[in-house]
Structure formats: structure tokens, C-alpha cells
Design a protein around this ligand. Structure first.
Ligand code: ADP
Ligand code: MG
Length: 145
């Protein structure tokens, strides 16, 4: 599925739509450069799940948990991870294989820990189409385990 947006609000709208399909145990691996719109997308997902609390990137904690919505949201931002061991220390498995929806910004940095099945969300700019243009590609990844 490919979406094209021209504002952070539109990207959040895509997140809202995507959240409707989210199930307990769903994992969303977000890819895209700094400022691509990963957090904007996550804010939409949070809104769609019924979370009213403000969602921002949990840069200093790796994870932020929101339990207010119809399913818990586990929001990871692993941009600053320096050792995969940090993921074990926070007990990532409780989230990736838990009862909530996991969204991971910079998921490529923890690729080896992703579950066999997850949803890849890639956000790209295309400056020829304008500064605010984003292409959001959503693909299901199913491991052959
Ligand atoms: P990331 O989490 O990927 O680093 P953010 O969501 O924090 O990115 O920031 C995206 C920035 O880009 C915001 O300042 C936002 O206003 C801006 N922006 C402009 N156009 C878009 C768009 N189409 N989708 C998402 N963000 C956009
Ligand atoms: Mg971010």
C-alpha cells in the first residue's frame, strides 16, 4: 500500500487509518530519515487507538508506553541505541510479543530482533514533489520461520 501526503497532518491521518487494522501483538517497523515523519505517523496511530496524551519521540528512554487506548501502544525510538543489549535490558520481548501495538522508529537498528511477521512502514521524501511531500509505503513482512 502506498500513500502520498503533503503535510504532517495528512501523514498522521494515514497513521490513524493504519491503526484501525492494528491488533494486540502487531509490530510496525518505521524507516525514514530524520524529519521524514515517523513521529507524525506514530502520533496518528496513537490518536487512532484512542490515546489523547501527547506523543513525542522517546529519544532518551528507547520506549514510551501509552495504556489509555483500545490497545496499549509501545512506542520505541531506537535512534540512539549503541548496543543491542540495551533492548534486552528493557525487556523488549514483553512488548514485541505482548498485548499491545509496537511502533519502532529507526527499526533497522534493531532489525535482528524483529519478529517473523511485522509491518514495514517506509517514509520517503521526494523534493521534486515539494518540501512537504512524503511517500509512505506499507508492506507486510512475513518471515519464513
Ligand atoms: P521523524 O520522527 O521521522 O524524525 P517527525 O515526525 O518528528 O519526523 O517530523 C517530521 C517533520 O516534517 C515535522 O516538522 C513535520 O511538520 C514536517 N512535515 C512536512 N511535511 C510532512 C509530511 N507530509 N508528513 C510528515 N511530516 C511532514
Ligand atoms: Mg521521530
Amino acid at each position: 500500500m502506498v500513500y502520498e501526503t503533503n503535510s504532517a497532518k495528512e501523514t498522521a491521518q494515514v497513521g490513524i487509518q493504519v491503526s484501525r487494522q492494528a491488533q494486540p501483538g502487531s509490530v510496525y517497523a518505521l524507516a525514514g530519515d530524520l524529519g521524514a515523519g515517523k513521529t507524525a505517523f506514530t502520533q496518528g496511530m496513537a490518536q487512532g487507538l484512542g490515546i489523547t496524551q501527547a506523543v513525542c519521540s522517546p529519544t532518551f528512554t528507547l520506549i514510551q508506553i501509552y495504556e489509555e487506548g483500545r490497545i496499549p501502544l509501545y512506542h520505541f525510538d531506537v535512534y540512539r541505541i549503541t548496543d543491542i543489549e540495551e533492548m534486552y535490558e528493557i525487556g523488549y520481548e514483553d512488548y514485541f510479543y505482548g498485548n499491545g501495538v509496537t511502533v519502532i522508529e529507526w527499526a533497522k537498528l534493531v532489525e535482528e530482533l524483529l519478529p517473523p511477521a511485522y509491518i514495514q512502514v517506509t517514509i520517503e521524501k521526494d523534493l521534486e514533489k515539494g518540501f512537504d511531500f512524503r511517500r509512505i509505503t506499507i508492506e507486510e513482512r512475513k518471515g519464513s520461520v
